[in-house]
Design a protein around this ligand. Sequence first.
Ligand SMILES: [Zn+2]
Length: 451
Amino acid sequence: MGKARDKSYKFFLVLLKTYKDNLIAFVVALAIGLSFIAYEEGFAYKIIVDGETIGITKNINEVKNFIEELHKRERQKTGTDIVLNQQIKFERVRVGKKDLTDLHKIYANLENAMSFSYKAAVIIVDGKFVTALKNEKEANKVLEMLKNKYAKDSDRTYFKEDVKIEEKYIPPKYLASREEALKILQQPVKKAVTYTVKENDSLWSIARDHDMYIDDILKLNPGLTENLKPGQVIYLSPAVPNVTVVTEKRIVYKEEIPFETKYTQDDKLYTNQSKVLVEGKKGLKEVTAVVVSYNGIEVSKKIESENVLKNPVNKIVAVGSKRISYIATGFFNYPARGTITSRFGQRWGRLHTGVDIAAPQGSLIYAADGGTVIFSGWESGYGYLVKIDHHNGYVTYYGHASKLLVKKGDKVAKGQKIALVGSTGHATGPHVHFEVRKNGVPVNPLPYLNR
Ligand SMILES: [Zn+2]
């Protein structure tokens, strides 16, 4: 070792001795500093979207700003809250320069990989998503518009289905405008059933074939009449939309109350006779009802109250209980209401075989007793004549009639109408020639007649 080197060695030792403690600190600091620089040189961030690396960069702040910018842009576009559908993570890695991704490439990759969900007011019908609007106010507005379509002068309007509005994050494609939402809500979930009219169809046959009421078909087809044309298409059931608007309308109207007919027995009348004792009169009531309609089509009517304004008057009819008998009683009634103008006996030198009862032309002639018609027709001198056999040895004659009401073979009851008064044959005026023959021989009728 030379002298100079010894010197410098000594100096170093002194120095070492003097600065020993500081030097250690310095060396440590230097080492840390150097290694820090070396470390920073190779340090970067991996950008991971939903587990997939889309780039590596040192410019982490720029990337974060870009993501924030995308958020802002999307929010401004819709004016609603949005959430990112993906999870973005940054991972610190040591890489070489060649592994770094160009910033523009990272931006492009982010735009591709990122998507947002929108906060929306979702309309849920019977638990199912139907449509969505950007906020609850809009959703309510659309539901209100739908109700108003049918609400016209109804007293209550509501939805048949359970309709709810819920706040949810949804993909932007499900977000609808008012008009779109209104259309979707009215879209059919069940199609209408139609029928094409065939030759010889009638409302009645169509209703019968489809187990429907004609009234229901008419309700579904306003303006429809019985005048069906082949090829005409009619509705048998309406389309069922996503949402059904139910309207209730209270109506007040007057309705007639029908009367009943009561019967009483009358033993003075024959069983085939009846007499109206009291004429029936309809009553009147005021009815309050609630008409329920689905989307404007009436489905039911509930009667709420009835107020009787006028009670009906029941019709009362007396019905005969006297049995009709064609059997002779053995006594004779006067065959007509009138005056005896000629008696039985000799007249102008010959026998007048009966009594003449003058009565108005066309008035009624009755059978004097029950029996069987054995002649009804024209006979010389008698004109139109009826003969009744009473099956007890007696036969009665009724002559000069203007019209005959019975025919040969008819069974007649005592007092039954048989002919009309006239002046046919040898007669000077309208009268009945009434004759009684006992075993074929004319006898004086007067002793047999009940007065
Ligand atoms: Zn006579």
